[in-house]
Design a protein around this ligand. Structure first.
Ligand code: ASP
Ligand code: MG
Length: 274
């Protein structure tokens, strides 16, 4: 089994998602592949923005919500042909209605708790993974959606929860050991507490989701796909002379991420080290 993670830029629009589909199809040709996806690029920031506006009782949160809605519905319409769209669109709309109710709650109370914020910001990954899996199915791939909230268990330190590896590893082994699909699409970033409340693994945490699953199932490979090819000596978007490092040890990669290399979320390497 392989685990492939695609970040926000890689799933930012229909064209990029088509590329992800080609990579996923290839990867799952010979073995099962878990596809971990981030929210569509920029959506998590929009969810945070909508939450803060609602908590400040600023009605403009509704405009941000409308943008979020349009983004998901338009992308789904681009990816899935008109004859197969209705079920997918109505599922997206149902989820968006719940999101709207949660934001309305924050607006009416004039407050957002860390618990509610986690529930709200997780919608980016839930929607992206749902849409991407539906698209894979329509493209003829043997694909299934699995909510990582049912696989990754954490404490209730909302915003940056700590993983309960014992329970998580057991749940992952059981699920991935018996699943019969070639492709399993899961949302990154989201998890749940022992009480079943929604939690998140911290901003940028989808890398970590992929590493947790890879370690739990002793995957042959963990691939973090992004818009920058490899790890660079410095951020190539800022430093012209930066070059890609041909080989890097886990320890060095971990050190680079701790010193701020944005390409990898710092806790990512730990689970796959041993
Ligand atoms: N969507 C989350 C974030 O923007 C997690 C991730 O993309 O890794 O922080
Ligand atoms: Mg990232």
């Amino acid at each position: 089994m392989k685990v492939l993670k695609f970040g926000g830029t890689s799933v930012a629009n229909a064209q990029n998602i088509e590329k992800v589909k080609n990579i996923a199809a290839k990867a799952s040709n010979t073995e099962k592949a878990v596809i971990v996806v981030s929210a569509f690029g920029g959506v998590t920031d929009m969810l945070v923005k909508a939450s803060l506006l609602a908590a400040a009782q600023d009605e403009t949160y509704k405009q941000v919500l409308e943008e979020i809605e349009a983004r998901h519905i338009n992308t789904a319409q681009e990816l899935i042909d008109i004859n197969n769209q209705s079920k997918v669109i109505s599922n997206i709309k149902r989820e968006l209605n719940v999101l709207e109710t949660l934001l309305e709650g924050a607006f009416l109370i004039g407050e957002i708790t860390p618990k509610l914020l986690d529930k709200i910001v997780g919608y980016g990954e839930l929607l992206s993974s749902f849409i991407i899996n539906e698209y894979f199915i329509k493209e003829g791939l043997e694909s299934v959606h699995k909510d990582s909230k049912t696989l990754i268990k954490t404490d209730d330190d909302f915003g940056k929860a700590t993983v309960d590896f014992k329970t998580t590893n057991e749940l992952c082994e059981n699920y991935f050991g018996t699943v019969t699909y070639q492709l399993i699409v899961v949302p990154g970033f989201v998890a749940s507490s022992s009480k079943g409340e929604s939690t998140t693994l911290g901003r940028g945490g989808s890398d970590y989701t992929a590493a947790i699953i890879a370690a739990a199932v002793q995957a042959d490979a963990l691939e973090i796909w992004t818009d920058v090819s490899g790890m660079y000596t410095a951020n190539p978007k800022l430093v012209k002379q930066a070059f890609a490092i041909p080989h890097i040890s886990y320890e060095e990669a971990m050190e680079l991420s701790h010193f701020g290399a944005k390409v990898l979320y710092p806790p990512t390497i730990q689970p796959v080290l041993s």
